[in-house]
Write a protein that binds this ligand. Structure first.
Ligand code: ATP
Length: 589
């Protein structure tokens, strides 16, 4: 397939905000692609040249791109800047300049694979002279492809290809390509949860059909992590799952460790490769885990080296860094409490019950100081659960996780095999919610100096694959947090409302933000609201011209910021379904 043809698809995708339409376009695009190019195509649709969990980034900013456009089209950098000021987007800037630039001929036949190879070179060139190399390759591409392709080459490289859909929509696209409907999605999603690499999914389906997807883990490729539902008493837990295992809910950073021979990698909950941040854990794995290949999970928790006391989550997060790693490892030592086995010596444990996974895990982890087996307690009485809960809180942990003895490991699913019961963040609401920061209004008074007054927080609506609003938050931030907040969001400014957002006109912020930053919010209560779109259902008014609220949405009462959740992807924000459950649970008290 030519890159020009793909660019026409990009353009069609950009023009629609309707999810069904996007799925239809994607299915037709996938159908046209051949098995050798579908993988590359999948990455390009995500604006990347590698899977999401591989740290391959372009490292190209506007300035460098301006140089590449100027060099490629042999025009002055000043002219590029003038056009950019008018357009506000370097993609369309380069496209327009390319149209006007009659001197060089274009090759409409340049293929996806050829462009991909060049883009991959741009992303993988590092070190001395890499800037020049990136500019030269990009200039060459800009010179040789047609104007529409120039628009997308530029946007992809700048990380600004925003087609408005997530991986889930692509999975729907595969199902439609194969079955002509969504009936294949469940199987595809299950395989994706175990191997979240769209290129692998696309290639396998092209070659062997949906039945070719087997869902076996592969060391080195992160598995989407299983998650817990919440309940707020020992009584409710026993009613739900009966006799069960209880573990402490350690308050740190979830890690998935992969080892295969010499290969050792560690991933965070949002699939970021954090191997280089934890050399001490890597060393301990080599000493304490004697198997050829393994995938296991645990929670890293930092402690005070002077008294051994476990410290809050924020301090553990300081270890997730790229610089001064050795120094920080001494200042902030950590332990890894391991609680899950997913794969061992070539065998998948995803389909084995909890007690078997734990038994094997205990066998393969040797005793030591850094890696510690997370001890479970089998309980059948409320008093036993309450006792472990109190112990956990005393040790500075967050509460407990109750686990169903027969429960399987459900990759990527928030199920009832794990139930969390956390210590109250405040007296009224016993839990907090993670919201996506969707935009902000400019500050007034003292806050003017920080640039942010209130921000708009959203939940993830899984059914619609969209973000919906649940709160406006302006309190709970210290001056330092306001400053930190502003620095973070500055990089996320969007020109217009991102396509994945559903926001009522009354709540539109001054500045829209790309979906990226997730924060944890505490509040007193969940209430119903006519303006928030979380859970809201609209129906046409009598005249049929407008829409009116049929079922109101949900909102947070007295919301305040607790902390930034850098380990969350936008889709990891609390879901509408969870907030509905929390609302229901409130009524019971
Ligand atoms: P929360 O914000 O309540 O921590 P979460 O959204 O981070 O929840 P959940 O899946 O809902 O994620 O809660 C489980 C989390 O608790 C895991 O991601 C893991 O990081 C942490 N955890 C701590 N101890 C355990 C344990 N023993 N077993 C499983 N998870 C644990």
């Amino acid at each position: 397939m030519t890159f020009k043809h793909l660019s026409e698809y990009f353009q069609q995708l950009e023009k629609t905000t309707l999810r069904n339409k996007m799925v239809e376009i994607l299915a037709s695009l996938f159908k046209e692609a051949n098995p050798a190019e579908i993988g590359k195509l999948c990455y390009l649709l995500q604006g990347r040249v590698a899977a999401l969990y591989t740290a391959v980034e372009f490292g190209v900013a506007d300035k460098m791109m301006i140089r590449a456009i100027s060099q490629g089209l042999e025009i002055d950098q000043k002219d590029v800047v003038t056009e950019f000021k008018k357009e506000g987007d370097l993609g369309t800037t380069a496209e327009k300049l390319r149209v006007r630039n009659k001197r060089k001929g274009t090759r409409n036949t340049i293929t996806i694979s050829e462009v991909f190879t060049d883009l991959y070179k741009v992303a993988s060139s590092t070190g001395d002279g890499s800037q020049e190399q990136k500019v030269t390759i990009l200039a060459g591409l800009i010179r040789s492809v047609d104007p529409l392709s120039v628009r997308y080459v530029v946007r992809i490289t700048l990380g600004k290809l925003r087609l408005g859909f997530s991986d889930m929509t692509m999975l729907d696209g595969f199902s439609w390509m194969e079955k002509g409907d969504k009936s294949g999605k469940e199987t595809i999603e299950k395989a994706y949860n175990v191997r979240p690499d769209l290129a692998y999914i696309g290639e396998t389906i092209k070659k062997y059909g949906i039945k070719g997807l087997h869902g076996v883990p592969k060391p080195g490729i992160p598995i989407l992590m299983a998650r817990a539902n919440r309940l707020s008493s020992a009584e409710d837990i026993l009613l739900k799952i009966g006799r069960c295992a209880v573990e402490y809910k350690y308050d740190g950073l979830r890690l998935q460790v992969h080892k295969d021979g010499k290969m050792l990698k560690m991933f965070s909950r949002n699939l970021e490769d954090v191997t280089s941040s934890f050399p001490d854990i890597a060393k301990a794995v080599r000493v304490q885990v004697h198997v050829d290949s393994i995938i296991f999970e645990g929670e890293v928790v930092a402690y005070n080296p002077k008294n051994g006391v476990f410290v809050p989550f924020q301090e553990t997060m300081q270890r997730k860094r790229k610089y001064d790693i050795e120094k920080k490892a001494l200042e902030i030592p950590v332990k890894l409490f391991v609680f899950e086995l997913l794969f061992c010596n070539g065998k998948s444990f995803l389909g084995s019950p909890y007690f078997e996974r734990k038994k094997k895990l205990k066998e393969v982890i040797q005793k030591g100081n850094t890696i510690v087996y997370a001890q479970e307690h089998i309980v059948s009485k409320e008093a036993q659960i309450d006792e472990i809960f109190d112990d956990s809180v005393e040790k500075n942990f967050e509460g407990i996780i109750a686990k169903k003895l027969e429960g399987l490991y459900e990759a990527g699913v928030r199920g009832w095999n794990w139930i969390k019961y956390k210590k109250a963040m405040n007296k009224k609401l016993t839990d907090t919610v993670d919201v996506l920061v969707m935009g902000y209004t400019k500050g007034e008074g003292k806050r003017t100096s920080f640039g942010v007054g209130q921000f708009l927080g959203g939940l993830y609506d899984e059914k619609r694959d969209m973000f919906v609003t649940v709160s406006k938050i302006g309190t709970g931030l210290t001056d330092e947090q306001f400053r930190d907040f502003f620095t973070r969001v500055k990089k996320l400014h969007a020109k217009e409302k991102p396509p994945l957002y559903d926001v009522d006109k009354l709540l539109e912020p001054d500045v829209w933000l790309e979906p990226s930053l997730v924060v944890e919010i505490a509040c007193d209560e969940i209430t119903r609201s006519a303006v928030h779109t979380a859970g809201r259902v609209m129906k046409p008014s009598k005249s049929g011209k407008a829409f009116a609220v049929d079922i109101p949405g949900y909102a947070l009462r007295f919301p305040r910021l607790v902390r930034f959740r850098d380990d969350r992807r936008p889709q990891d924000a609390t879901t509408v379904k969870e907030v509905m459950k929390m609302y229901g649970a409130q009524g019971k008290k």
